[in-house]
Design a protein around this ligand. Sequence first.
Ligand SMILES: N[C@@H](CCC(=O)N[C@@H](CS)C(=O)NCC(=O)O)C(=O)O
Length: 217
Amino acid sequence: MKVHGLIMSPNVRKVIVALNAKGIAFENIQVFPGTHTPEFLKISPRGMIPAFEDGDFAFSDSAVIMEYLEEKFPETSLMPSGPKNRALSRWFTEYGGSVVFPPCGTIFTQLMANPYYFKRPTDQAAVDDAITEKLPPILDYLESHVPDTGFLFGELGVADISLLSPFINAEYGGYEIDAAKWPQMAAYYQRGKAHPAFMSTLIEEDKLRQAIMAQAS
Ligand SMILES: N[C@@H](CCC(=O)N[C@@H](CS)C(=O)NCC(=O)O)C(=O)O
């Protein structure tokens, strides 16, 4: 099985953390965001990472890939049981991808990717908007939903992975969840990062991050 995409991308990381949590072996093919070669567009028609290959079957989108993994390898399940909890799990997965990811992505792009890799200026107004306007209501909402201990449905699942992964990128841009304002979220984020599936991913990711940063400087 092959995951196409840069591990530092929040959406690629989601798939890799899910694979690690399930204990499934895979190969990570480093495809940078914005790769629009005809070959890559065949497996990811929107030209976005991640894309996934399982033998001669290939497709894209992190949420779809995680659902596929869940159906193909149900043994270590990353989804709760019962229609209500499964609906909630899908909702938080969607919320992570469509609502949490954009402002966290902005912080990462503007404060890490642009200055250190692309050598482009930082759009400070976009960063300020992400930090002061976009993220607070998101954190307020999540603060009332995340548990005191463990994860949304007990063990780490796709919903947690989807909510937490974007914050890793925000942290690369220097953002920290304010534990005085959002204590539950700050603690939940630290628990997520300390989970073996996240930890092993972040160790691999750090090697690549250092290499990219070294090349860029
Ligand atoms: N809904 C997609 C979003 C994927 C996505 O936004 N990927 C970004 C990197 S994190 C990307 O490929 N951006 C390049 C582009 O927009 O051209 C998923 O969850 O896989």
